[in-house]
Design a protein around this ligand. Sequence first.
Ligand code: PLP
Length: 427
Amino acid sequence: MRYKRSSELFRQASRVLPGGVNSPVRAFKSVGGTPVFVREAAGSRFTDEDGNEYIDFIASWGPLLFGHAFPPVVEAVTRRAQKGTSFGMPTALETEVAELAVSMVPGIEKIRFVNSGTEACMSVIRLARGYTGREKIIKFAGCYHGHADAFLIEAGSGAVTFGSPNSPGVTQGTARDTLLARYNDLESVKGLFEANPGEVAAVILEPVAGNMGCIPPEPGFLEGIRQLCTDSGALLIFDEVMTGFRLAAGGAQEALGISADLVAFGKVIGGGLPVGAFGGPAEIMSHLAPEGPVYQAGTLSGNPLAMGAGLAMLRAIEADPEVFSRLESKTAYLHEGLEHVLQEAGHPYRINRFGSMISVHFSDREVRDFESAATGNNDRFRNYFHGMLNRGVYLPPSAFESYFLNDALTAEDLDLAIDAAAGALKD
Ligand code: PLP
């Protein structure tokens, strides 16, 4: 009865939407049951169509750094909408967001706005190939860079949840140009460079992985890749769709002190509206059309509502740089609380955390790559997930996803979540 209206809505949706959803992980496939349909949200919480309230630990999968219906974003979008929703012509607003983003992120002189993280990643790869004149890319098993063909090779999170990391529809030719390395294993990257001399255009990775649960880079891993790229003339691309403007104003580059050649963004940069972006030094970015020959375009790119939301979000971060340490403290508090209740429960587990990204792996070994992430006990995860859901705590509905904390979460929210975890684990 608790999910009666959501169940009805899911049945209705399934008649007209494949799987009842517009993005697979929303369908609860790996945890079972009926996805909850959201009615509305504010701050740290949302309410479903049955009137149940939840403390939200996904924040729309990351974008909502300050929580739901953040007033500056709502105000900006409302104001912009009254002046026209799309023009397909340049606006001063786009330059304003670009100037602010460029000032916040190390190494970026120019930025191109697109409409999603997928678009950002697929476009930045095209740019890297066009710039270097090489065709192969190295990606890491378990890293997700959106659903473009070149990335659906051992793609982590959503793709893994459905047991089809190599999606039908991706051609052999495309798959051949994507070389697979192992996260936190520098030797695997070295081996690929040695086997493909002068052919690698770029290495793309999540500098802190979030699509096999949270997996931080081990000391020396990113530094080693940086060196291999520099030595071989390949570009290092950080996919900061999750980490950008979340781990620090300058993203993982700032948080970890490592420089990438190109960076892809999504999520936070759009403040909850559909925005992606990629950026880098002017010398590389000048290869993009219309300045250069690498084609990339978009009817709705730089859309005024999306840019208004992005500007409000970036300004809020700029005005409140303490947000990152607050998020870190909240996540550390949750970490400590979960550690305590998991120890009491006596199940094997590992908690991985970096900044405001955290995940619980029900595994008996160190979780440091895709293979070890896959050793988690999914039955236990499923029970934990539903135990939390029934207690009004919304976690990512897949063991291969990270939680994203937001600044609207209160001490009371965190205590309630820790108590809920104790109850869920006891059950
Ligand atoms: N890159 C990373 C690291 C992601 O986590 C995601 C989505 O979760 C993407 C790219 C794709 O972004 P989008 O879903 O906006 O297309």
